[in-house]
Design a protein around this ligand. Sequence first.
Ligand SMILES: [Zn+2]
Length: 192
Amino acid sequence: MSSFPASADRVRDAGLASRDRLLALRECVLCFQPYGFRATWHHLIVSADVPRNLDDDPRSLTRAVDELEEARLVWRAQSEDYEARRRREKAAGRRDASRADNWRTWAGLVAYCPDLEKHPTERLVVVVRRVIAAYESGVDPLKTCRACGTQVTADTPCPDCGVDPAGPTANRPEIRVRTSFRWRAVWRRTAR
Ligand SMILES: [Zn+2]
């Protein structure tokens, strides 16, 4: 898999064919996908208003990668702070990471949405910041949605914003089956 920065450069390269720029955006989302791949993709396409015919608005791809990169920088700053803290803890003899920090190991997949079309609609960086703050405050994510603050239960995604309280390891086959046929239309940008 190519790196995020190299792929982001390709998305912004106006000299490349639009289709290649779209595939580079796909690489970026494979690297950083706060809602999971499909829901993050759907969010960016809608939010940047990427048209069915890419050449109608080639700059839309730049808007999409800008939004994703902005959120990724916030995530990375958090990760770097955490890694520095862990190094200090290890030096002080604390080998095991706290279980409360498990979410930091999810590679940025901090607000998994099993239904690709139901996810928060605010700018990605706003949601990623709020989710990080919710985790760091110690609020129980199985009771309070870490993305929107709604009261939730562990057995179903948040009814308001679609984020799964159980995180990326939640198994929701019924939702995947119900929504996966929509993916084709989303990928072709024939559906919003
Ligand atoms: Zn929510």
